[in-house]
Each structure stands twice: as structure tokens, then as C-alpha cells.
Design a protein around this ligand. Structure first.
Ligand code: 3PG
Length: 222
């Protein structure tokens, strides 16, 4: 009697057909990573980003309002590419897809999240910090990963090292990326975009300093 071990899922078939998150971004290279606490902040922040030429936002699932913020910005700001960040489970993946998100980002990479990406057909950018995690993404057909937390896990040196064995994989470093180093990251051949909280710091959002956020955005878009 022969035994064949069937993979639980058809690896690489579906994720591979999903557009990579970076293809949603057009000419946007900097993804603002934000926390939104309420409706007023959602409107103020979305408009501040747009006024500064930034048409992408990563809304992190770090409070109870996050999913509503995704729904609201998708509804009222149709030019904005809305990404969900800090998506840490398949259940959260389903929740943000239901809210209408354009793409999903997680701090790490798991089979459960990869399976959710295939199930929902919504672009997925998983976080990686090691070669083994990059390999897991490759097994599922991914060609883009987020390096996280970028400056803690080797930053530009890690990205240069990854470009040897993983020359077909592109990265979006996030975590420790700032106005003083983002251009250096973007100059690397395997970096397609960067993420960071410096465009919309929580303090400016809490204080409703929308003009200051717009100016921070203009510095990266003009
Ligand atoms: C986060 O975890 O909040 C993001 O990676 C942003 O990190 P940063 O605040 O270092 O930009």
C-alpha cells in the first residue's frame, strides 16, 4: 500500500496570482503607519495625507476603532489605498477584508495568515526577519515581504545580504525607518517601498495637527 502525503493547501497557486502590495501603490514609496482612535481623526488624517500628496495609509489594528477607520476611509476617500496593518490572525484578516481593505500587512509570517491570503484573494505583505521566514513566503509564491522591525534585524545590511540568495524577493522595510534614512533604504535594489510612523506621529494625530502632517508628507512626495 502506498501513502501519499497531500499538502493541506495548494502552496504557491493563489498567493502567486495576487498582485503584490507594492503594485497597489503607484508612485507612492512611503507608507504611513498610523493609529486612528476615532472618526474625527480618520477624516482629519486622511485629508492631511491627501493634501500632502500621500495616497496610501496603513491603519494598524491596535485599537477597537481600527476596522471602522478602514471602512470609513474606504468609503469617503476613494483615491486612498487603504492597507490594514498589525493583522495578527486569520480572523483579523477576514475582518479587514470585510471592511473593504485593499491590502493586508502583518508583523510576522504564519501559515494561517498565508492561507487567509489565499482564501480571500486580497494582497498580503507579511513581515519577515530571517531567511527561513523569507523561504516560507517563497514556498507560498510571494515575491514581496516586509522586513520588520527593519533597523533591529539588520536594516540595510540585512537587505543587502538577502539580495544574494533571494534576488527575486523585494522588501518593504518598516520599523525604525525615518525621514533621515528612508532614501537610503529606497536606493537599495531590493526595496520597493518603506513604511513608517514618522509621517503621522500619534501625538500630531491626537492633537489634530493636520497641517504639520501635510508638511511631513510633502517632504517625501515633492
Ligand atoms: C510600527 O510597528 O508601528 C511600525 O513598524 C512603524 O514603526 P516606526 O514607528 O519605527 O516607524
Amino acid at each position: 500500500m502506498t501513502h501519499s502525503i497531500q499538502p493541506k493547501i495548494d502552496k504557491g497557486q493563489n498567493v502567486n496570482t495576487l498582485p503584490a502590495v507594492s503594485t497597489l501603490l503607484g508612485n507612492q514609496k512611503v507608507v504611513p503607519v498610523v493609529v486612528i482612535e476615532n472618526e474625527e481623526q480618520a477624516h482629519g488624517l486622511a485629508q492631511a495625507l491627501i493634501d500632502g500628496g500621500v495616497t496610501v495609509i496603513e491603519i494598524t489594528l491596535r485599537n477597537a476603532f481600527a476596522t471602522e477607520a478602514i471602512r470609513l476611509i474606504k468609503q469617503h476617500y476613494p483615491t486612498m489605498v487603504v492597507l490594514a496593518g498589525t493583522v495578527n490572525s486569520a480572523a483579523q484578516y477576514a475582518e479587514v477584508v470585510e471592511a473593504g481593505v485593499d491590502g493586508v500587512i502583518s508583523p510576522g509570517i504564519t501559515q494561517g495568515l498565508l492561507e487567509a491570503a489565499m482564501q480571500h484573494g486580497v494582497p498580503y505583505l507579511p513581515g519577515v526577519a530571517t531567511p527561513s521566514e523569507v523561504l516560507l513566503g517563497i514556498e507560498y509564491g510571494l515575491t514581496e515581504c516586509k522586513l520588520f522591525p527593519a533597523t533591529v534585524v539588520g536594516g540595510m545590511s540585512a537587505l543587502k545580504a538577502f539580495n544574494g540568495p533571494f534576488s527575486n524577493v523585494k522588501f518593504c522595510p518598516t520599523g525604525g525607518v525615518s525621514e533621515s534614512n528612508y532614501q537610503e533604504f529606497l536606493a537599495l535594489p531590493n526595496v520597493v517601498c518603506v513604511g513608517g510612523s514618522w509621517l503621522a506621529p500619534s501625538k500630531l494625530v491626537a492633537d489634530g495637527k493636520w497641517g504639520e502632517i501635510t508638511e511631513l508628507c510633502k517632504a517625501v512626495t515633492s
